[in-house]
Ligand binder design. Structure first.
Ligand code: FVH
Length: 294
């Protein structure tokens, strides 16, 4: 048996914040030659001590490898870091969180400069990088061919999930999942507020809340998807919208009784009421989705 001695792909990484540094360490640990740049040079030193090559500017970092990964604060920082840098012939992978529109504009911008472009949306926090069992991954969108070309090296720090040729789709998937997360966090915040002034241990309450949210989330998400696709909002409904709207005063009165603001609950309840008012009492909650479309 012979060892695999084929050279590892060189990577240039711009941005050594919490996420960039974690990505850098994963590529270094896997033996990839890595050139790094960061606006604040102090952050480069630690990585250089661990084996990365320090570029003396963004242009130098880009010049060092065909595959260039950027992981900066926002789209504006990408623009300022790469302003005037020669990108011709480079494969630019942008893991910075942006809007879908910014991702599409950045893809066009890169193309005008002679670079191929992939956009990424990271569904992980830094401690999950380089830890496959943590389940993190990055959404990628843009050229499938380019994704396939770099798939193996991109999969070194964290899993990959390709979501389409439209460069904005990775950002859209990223923001959609995070928006769902914030909605869930909002519900959990309201639940904790309800018990906050009572003799109820939040640590004892927590597994009850998280267990219930977990039990509800999967069926809701999967069934909503099926109903949106089929257009059938009534077959097999077990919790009718009419019943749920009838229950909303109980939730609002309980909040008032506990001295808790209803500002997180009311907007959703108002949407439920609007859907009921068009004669949809036999549906479940799926009809709320299209009420959000402007
Ligand atoms: N950390 C996380 O939990 C989340 C997980 C999901 C994905 N996000 C996104 O990843 C991008 C980078 O996040 P980060 O955690 O590395 O962020 P910071 O630690 O704050 O580092 C920011 C880096 O950006 C550089 N930077 C900021 N402004 C500029 C600029 N105008 N020109 C050039 N570079 C800039 C900053 O440099 P410095 O402050 O050290 O000089 C850092 O390298 C982000 O999109 C998250 O949404 C992370």
């Amino acid at each position: 048996m012979t060892a695999n001695t084929s050279p590892k792909t060189s990577v240039s990484l711009l941005g050594l914040g919490a996420m960039g540094a974690a990505l850098a360490r994963a590529w270094l640990a896997a033996g990839h030659p890595l050139t790094v740049w960061n606006r604040t040079p102090a952050r480069v030193e630690a990585l250089a001590a661990e084996g990365a090559k320090a570029a003396d500017g963004a242009a130098g970092a880009v010049a060092a490898s065909d595959l260039v990964v950027v992981c900066l604060l926002d789209d504006g920082s990408v623009g300022s870091a790469l302003d005037g840098v020669d990108l011709a012939g480079k494969d630019l992978v942008n893991l910075t969180t942006t809007t879908p529109a910014q991702a599409r504009a950045r893809a066009a911008w890169a193309g005008e400069r002679g670079a191929r472009y992939l956009d990424g949306g990271i569904m992980a926090v830094p401690p999950m990088i380089g830890v496959p069992e943590a389940g993190g991954y990055v959404f990628y969108s843009g050229s499938r061919e380019l994704f396939e070309l770099h798939r193996a090296v991109l999969a070194v720090p964290v899993g990959t999930e390709y979501v389409g040729e439209d460069a904005g789709f990775a950002a859209l998937h990223d923001v959609a999942l995070l928006s769902g997360m914030y909605g869930m966090f909002a519900g959990a915040a309201h639940a904790f507020a309800l018990i906050r002034r009572e003799d109820i241990d939040p640590v004892a309450f927590a597994p009850l809340l998280s267990g219930y949210l977990s039990a509800m989330a999967d069926p809701y998400v999967l069934q909503t998807a099926d109903r949106l696709k089929s257009g059938d909002l009534t077959t097999g409904v077990v919790s009718r919208l009419a019943m749920q709207v009838a229950g909303t005063p109980t939730f609002l009165a309980t909040a008032e009784g506990q001295g808790v603001s209803t500002e997180l609950l009311r907007p959703y309840f108002e949407l439920m009421r609007r859907r009921l008012d068009v004669g949809s009492g036999e549906e479940d909650l799926t009809g709320v989705v299209d009420l959000l479309l402007r």
